[in-house]
Design a binder for this molecule. Sequence first.
Ligand code: SF4
Ligand code: SF4
Length: 709
Amino acid sequence: MELSKFSVGNEGREVFWNAENFEGLLFAFTAIAMAIFAYGIYKRWQMWTALGKPEVRNDQIKERIKLLLTNGLFQIKTFRDTYPGIMHALIFFGFIGLMFGAAFDATEFHVGEPYGFPFLIGKFYLIFSFLMEVFGLFVLAGVFIALYRRYITKPDRLGYKGEPDNTPDDAIVLLLLGGIIITGFVIEALRIHVTNPPWEVWSFAGYTLAKAFAGVDNDTARILHKVMWWTHTFIALGFIAYIPYSRLVHMITTPANHFMASLKPVGNIEPIRDFETAESFGAAQLEDFTWKQIFDSDACTRCGRCQDGCPAYLSGKALSPKKVVQDLKTYWLERAPLIVAAKKAAAKTGEGAVPEIPAPAKAMVGEVIDLHELWACTNCMYCMEHCSSSIEHVPKIVNMRQYKVLTKADFAPELQLTFRNMENNSNPWGVGSHLRADWAKDLGIKTMAEDPNVEYLFYVGCAGSLDDRGKKVSTAFAKILKTAGVSFGILGTEEGCCGDSAMRGGNEYLSQTMMQTNIEIMNGYGVKKIICTCPHGYNTLKKDYPHFGGNYEVYHHTEIIADLIAAGKITLKKAVDGLFTYHDSCFLGRYNNIYDQPRRILTSIPGMKMAEMDRNLDKSFCCGAGGARMWMEEHDGERINNMRTDQAIATNATTFAVACPFCLTMLTDGIKAREKEEKTISLDIAEVVWRAMDLEEEKPSADVCAPTQ
Ligand code: SF4
Ligand code: SF4
């Protein structure tokens, strides 16, 4: 047969199809499947909208469409983890390709061909056939990889504490997908076997499979074709009908969740505004979350990316961010239908009737979410950064903590002491606030009270003002600023705690009190620009203070030092010894995207040799001190700071450079716990820089110099 534009086409289809009066039946089955699908979505919609406080997530449409395209269509977040990313992409893109192909084919069959406009012909048909084979093989490969991962290699992330969390639903979905593709190829192979047009070599998978039917006579092949065609149709329609009732619902909820992702600054916790009037604070019940916080859990695919880098989970604590989301989802699936039914009953009773919502069988905080889980979170943001469905775990955890702290006053004793210290002296240690500026006594630094006409306020923070190790960092940084001729001042004894630990520890009231006090003082001096050496202060001054009228340009000291080096305002001349590694602080890296400046500073020091830890940049492992964990004991599992120290030791580095006073304390403790003090030290970048500046007159104290090699 000669290949020409019009002879090449979906040849042979009519051999099997036109002879049959199948269309009525097909439309009937399709209508049933679509009705089951629509009913499922309707029920789900009722549940999505049944409970939760209002929240706007349909503003800034352009930004949201960008997120939908980036993460929903192009799968960028999913690709961040290569192996499962490729697995998912094979299924996702293959499936989309086949959907378009099927729609195209149906259009030609029902509209194009009958009205004399066939378009699946000629070269176009050949390319179309080829692409459909590729897409089909993509899906099949993805399904096999998924089966292999879930049932053979069983990575821990697809379970909890070594136990796989497979459900029958997982297997059904994969079998449906695989079934659609395999039956599709068999139908094609049988058609090619009977019609045998030479161009079908372009349908290479079906063409190859057709050889398997070499001994089958045409009549048998036709019967087989009919059976397989209906099997294929039933599996495909079953797949559609199953979507709202299974994990497949994520085909709808996950893209929707990307579209509705938070556009607020990373780590944003909405402030409580109704302290005067509310009777309960934080989230005690599902109803205390916003509808979006509840919807989140229905977008979870149980991929386990969040769990894979969660320091609490990896150190053996009860907390797994995936488990939190899944437990909340199970709870929602139990509660939401009851609430929907109660609302319907009330609506029937008459206008204004109050729904009689049955009391929950389990308390959300304490039973659904265990308190050990709740308090183990370091707010490190790994889960949110890497969640392929844009789920927001951290605000939910903080909201539940707020309930325990503000409504129930029931939380860890060590945190009670910390909060009391903050209340009395505006610092977590309870050191007299009059001692806050003692570190600066002999450095000739002016306070804002002495001279408010400076360019920058150096907000020193509690650790930088009162912790012995932190004071050395403040000293080194202040000397760098003075050497570079930067105009700056400090608040001295007027400075108070930034409020980060109180806020993330659930004590929003205390946090707001301290923030507002600081804002009043800073605004009183007309402060415009602030530098912090602590990423916690930096993050909260930059993102939370604007909620209360504190609007400043906030810089981290690594940003300032990097700029001073680039501008030639400071010169690094003394070479450093040994090998360095840099630990990315969560509140600097994942929260504020500052990865580059610390590395630029270190690599501009003469003689610098650096080794990166395996878990670095946005996959950095928390030191264990965020989310108010700095002030709490670790009762279960391995200490997180020791695990991070081990990761740093594995690089053979002798200096662990940090840019956060909490990380400095945690790694210094880790070095002691691992008995590596002889060979290893942890230093803040400011200390390393000051040493490299090698100024005759002002040397840093001996114990901030690199250790003996
Ligand atoms: S913020 Fe960090 S510690 Fe908390 S759940 Fe997420 S990954 Fe785990
Ligand atoms: S919360 Fe996100 S990252 Fe974690 S399992 Fe669910 S979809 Fe995956």
